[in-house]
Design a protein around this ligand. Structure first.
Ligand code: GMT
Length: 374
């Protein structure tokens, strides 16, 4: 098969859609395709050098007349420039808004270049932002006009079809993990977080309201009453101050460690004895999969696409998003029972390798691209 020239548009910030886009681009480049990332910053997991990868930064112009920056137009213009200069075959945009609309406009401008657009729906572009009245019709249009649309879970596909009243085909291609990168092998000394034999409970997210951080803190509050433990919070976002306040109010600040953004979470995840993710919305839950790949049992909510990732009682346990009582009781049981912990850990690792292996999923996207450019 011919190698393709692929443009990838994504948000570069700390969050699942940017991670998936970046890891996919790296995987495609490894297979010999030429990959061009387009965004306002280098995506946060894109580092090192690969001769098949280029990053193109969107140039933002300011002008006194423009009270608000015209990011979508600047992005469109950059897409056109990159496509023309690099004979892009496939433009794969991650997150529907505004990327699928910019891609559509760029496609119109590029008429003779025949660029095909693939849009991947990630979650909040459909379940939250896309539901805003001012964006709804745009997202609907982006979905209808893309040459192909994929979603990261069956649940998200079903929500999209229902909420956006579309009968177009949406391919489900799940998120993935590289099990050679996310391994159970401990790479950092645990003493970074704990002085003695305390268990490490971990949460990683972008600390947005949907992540339900209050329940993370409440759950840990009940865990630490029974099990000597600490809570390690990785990531940054608007809910950090409230989380800190609650930890202070509950008198557990000495056991809670706010670590901020960490680029290479694979170095730190294996230190965890348990991973918590009680989100109110989650179309997939990539951080759960990365924890599983590192052999870390998970306690999470049961919303959205999570039941497609976690196997109840085999790799972790799921509860209603605000059921901190149920979550903490189960967490204590897992932390106090080494046999149960080890079984969950092995099952999670096996599931990550067998069902969500990066090589299988990158091939699925590759097949879709070939079918689209035919
Ligand atoms: O909430 C986030 O972590 C960010 C958000 C995004 O679009 O960047 O994540 C969504 O996409 C991830 C990758 O496909 C999924 O794993 C997350 O479940 C999804 N988040 C939500 O649905 C809330």
């Amino acid at each position: 098969m011919n190698k393709l020239n692929i443009g990838i548009v994504c948000y570069p910030s700390y969050g699942g859609s940017g991670v998936v886009a970046t890891e996919l681009g790296l995987g495609l480049a490894k297979k010999g395709h030429s990959v061009h990332f387009i965004s306002y910053e280098t995506p946060f997991r894109l580092y090192g050098f690969d001769e098949n990868i280029q990053f193109h930064e969107v140039d933002m112009q300011s002008y006194p007349l423009f009270k608000y920056p015209l990011y979508s137009l600047s992005l469109t213009s950059k897409i056109v420039e990159v496509c023309e200069a690099n004979e892009i075959d496939i433009l794969h945009v991650h997150y529907a808004i505004p990327h699928s609309i910019c891609a559509f406009l760029a496609q119109q401008m590029l008429r003779k270049h025949h660029v095909k657009v693939v849009t991947t729906l990630h979650g909040t572009d459909i379940t939250l932002v896309g539901q805003e009245q001012s964006y709804y019709r745009l997202v609907q249009f982006g979905i209808e006009e893309s040459d192909e649309v994929t979603s990261v879970s069956k649940h998200l596909r079903d929500v999209t079809i229902r909420e956006f009243k579309t009968d177009r085909e949406i391919h489900v291609i799940p998120n993935f993990v590289d099990p050679d990168k996310f391994t159970p092998e401990v790479k950092q000394p645990k003493c970074l977080f704990v002085k003695g034999k305390e268990k490490v409970v971990m949460h990683i997210s972008n600390f947005r309201p949907v992540k339900n951080i209050e329940t993370v803190i409440q759950t840990f509050y009940h865990i630490q009453k029974k099990v000597e433990s600490c809570l390690v919070l990785i990531g940054d976002g608007p809910e950090i101050p409230a989380a800190r306040q609650l930890a202070v109010k509950l008198g557990i600040m000495d056991k809670v460690s706010f670590r901020g953004r960490i680029e290479q979470v694979e170095c730190i995840l294996p230190c965890a004895d348990l991973f918590l993710l009680p989100s109110e919305l989650e179309s997939f839950g990539l951080s759960l999969l990365e924890a599983m790949s590192c052999g870390v049992p998970t306690i999470s909510s049961n919303v959205g696409g999570i039941p497609g990732v976690v196997v109840e009682g085999e790799t972790g346990y799921m509860f209603e998003p605000h059921d901190f009582k149920g979550m903490s009781e189960k967490a204590i049981e897992v932390l106090e029972n080494p046999e149960l912990h080890s079984t969950l850990s092995k099952n999670g690792r096996r599931r990550a390798e067998n069902v969500f292996h990066i090589d299988n999923i990158v091939s699925q996207y590759e097949q879709l691209y070939y079918a689209t450019v035919l």
